[in-house]
Write a protein that binds this ligand. Structure first.
Ligand code: G16
Length: 544
């Protein structure tokens, strides 16, 4: 093997977003684009000589090309071993587990998550550290700084690795071990949940549909739900990963899983429906006649986690991203445990999990997870729901209603305006930010008094770091909130996210239609920010 040092010129746009570097495939296909970014990552790390690096992706278009490049660059930079999923595949939570389980130095996760795939779709690369979680801002800032001045990268003159063959191969001095992507992850799930009780529930006729969206969770779901838990064959649909997700949009929300949602609302539908996204970290939960919002799901899972063997001793604390509803806060209060509000991005949970201050984390963007890995985990959430249903012997709807009767209901919605002109979106946010100091104390709209108005700043209680400008929040004295921020995962223009929340007490009205219940706040947000007028859009692109 010869190590080659290849001259290159920097790209100006390799700034990692909410979750790694996500760009159009065509951007990644530019000369040396992948090479520059991976070398910039390695240049920002220290002490990895001879260490293990995990690699895997969601199997999307360009996964196979990028992973071969990454293997050669890792060998040339002195890693001792690469662990890679067969076919270059690892779901994001499985990659996190493999990093932790084999005590790797870190990992490269090749995914653009729920974004569409294919030659005209998106691709992404994310670096995870030794705790299995996404690199913190300290590292992603260093990677960006390095990418702007990089002038060479190292690679080898070796042939492609056969990623279809389980076992060990060599790239010069570096070992490449191709592993089964499912085995370790499935074994971890068996330690957390009561597989016997869930198996008995399926045996007694409980029916579910799991939509793998032609993405990475297909093999995991077939193995765990059908083979280990005995759910009938056919429970998992769209279970074969494809490079362009079968032409679909692998985002498990009510737009892209409408068919499943509608089926669950009929008497003939199954008892339970769930889905996961491109890389397997998001989840969608729908019971018969009951869609569960991700924010409610976080609160419910936290309140009931003790019913699963892995959490029977109770949970240490809960963390949620700032735009996520405050439903979980009420659970933490009742349990007398810590509650943390962090910026959007799973990377902000890492320190709290490592310090043992929280056990369960979640986000409004369909992500929930626990300290078993350092990523959100779609199938984990599905299995915890199944465990809770099996233990409580109640339907999802009954469990949700009982929860609201105890804690009250946080009506919640998110309105996305996608592919907005970036300059218009930026100005909209700036102008709203400028209004904030004058808002507290004002009575707005339908008798809503502003309690606070700020641009969220997070102070990490573990490492003392500060992250500013994490989203505008306007809170009202009755517990309602308007939150507005720009997405950090879009690849074209800007995506404006408007989050709305209203609290209805335990003895309040819990049967209102969500959009109607939030209508006054939706109108008020538009008055304050001028969304329709400035964007020229009459409706959001997606409502979740
Ligand atoms: C990523 C992050 C999440 C975040 C989501 C949406 O999820 O890991 O923490 O909530 O993006 O972020 P934004 O609102 O900035 O678009 P995923 O599933 O895309 O990796």
């Amino acid at each position: 093997m010869t190590i080659q040092t290849i001259s290159t010129t920097p790209y100006a746009d390799q700034k990692p977003g909410t979750s790694g570097l996500r760009k159009r495939v065509t951007v990644y296909q530019q000369p040396n684009y992948v090479e520059n970014y991976i070398q910039a990552i390695f240049d920002s790390l220290e002490g990895f000589a001879g260490q293990t690096l995990v690699m895997g992706g969601d199997g999307r278009f360009y996964n196979d090309v990028a992973i071969q490049k990454a293997i050669r660059i890792a060998a040339a930079n002195g890693f001792g071993r690469v662990l890679v999923g067969r076919g270059g595949i690892l779901s994001t939570p499985a990659a996190s587990h493999v990093i932790r389980h084999y005590k790797a130095f870190g990992g490269l996760v090749l995914s653009a998550s729920h974004n569409p795939g294919g030659p005209d779709g998106d691709f992404g690369i994310k670096y995870n550290i030794s705790n299995g979680g996404p690199a913190p801002e300290k590292i992603t800032d260093a990677v960006y700084a390095r990418s702007k001045v990089i002038d060479s990268y190292k690679t080898t003159d070796t042939a492609d690795i056969d990623l279809g063959r389980i076992g060990t191969q060599a790239v010069g001095d570096m070992t490449v071990e191709v592993i089964d992507p499912v085995t370790d992850y499935a074994a971890l799930m068996e330690t957390l949940f009561d597989f016997g009780a869930i198996r008995a529930m399926f045996a007694s006729g409980f029916r579910m549909t799991f939509d793998a969206m032609n993405a990475v969770t297909g093999p995991y779901a077939h193995d765990i739900l059908e083979d280990r838990l005995g759910a009938p064959k056919g429970t998992v649909i769209n279970g074969t990963p494809s490079p362009d997700f079968g032409g679909g949009h692998p985002d498990p929300n009510l737009v892209y899983c409408k068919e499943m949602h509608d089926l669950l609302m009929t008497p003939e539908g199954p008892d339970f429906g769930a889905a996961s996204d491109g890389d397997g970290d998001r989840n969608l939960i729908i019971g018969k006649n009951r869609f569960v919002t991700p924010s409610d799901s976080l609160a419910l899972l936290a309140a009931n986690a003790h019913l699963a063997p892995g959490y029977k001793a109770g949970i240490a604390g809960i963390a949620r991203s700032m735009p996520t509803s405050a439903a979980a806060d009420r659970v933490a209060e009742k349990l007398g445990i810590e509650m943390h509000e962090t910026p959007t991005g799973w990377k902000f949970f890492g320190n709290l999990l490592d310090a043992g201050r929280v056990t369960i984390c979640g986000e409004e963007s369909a992500g929930t997870g626990s300290d078993h890995v350092r990523e959100k985990d779609g199938l984990w959430a599905v299995l915890l729901w199944l465990n809770i249903i099996a233990a409580r012997k109640q339907s999802v709807d009954e469990i949700v209603r009982a929860h609201w009767a105890t804690y009250g209901r946080n009506y919640y919605t998110r309105h996305d305006y996608e592919e907005v002109d970036a300059a218009i979106a930026g100005k909209l946010v700036d102008d709203l930010r400028a209004q904030l100091p004058g808002l507290p104390g004002q009575i707005l709209g339908d008798d809503l008094q502003v309690a606070y108005a700020d641009d969220f700043t997070y102070h990490d209680p573990v490492d003392g770091s500060t992250s500013a400008k994490q989203g505008i929040r306007i809170g009202f004295t009755d517990g309602s909130r308007i939150v507005l921020r720009l997405s950090g995962t879009g690849t074209v223009g800007a995506t404006l996210r408007l989050y709305l929340e209203r609290y209805e007490a335990a003895d309040g009205r819990h049967d209102l239609d969500t959009q109607s219940a939030l209508e006054p706040l939706i109108e008020l947000a538009d008055q304050l920010a001028g969304i329709k007028q400035r964007t020229g859009r009459q409706e959001p692109s997606v409502i979740t």
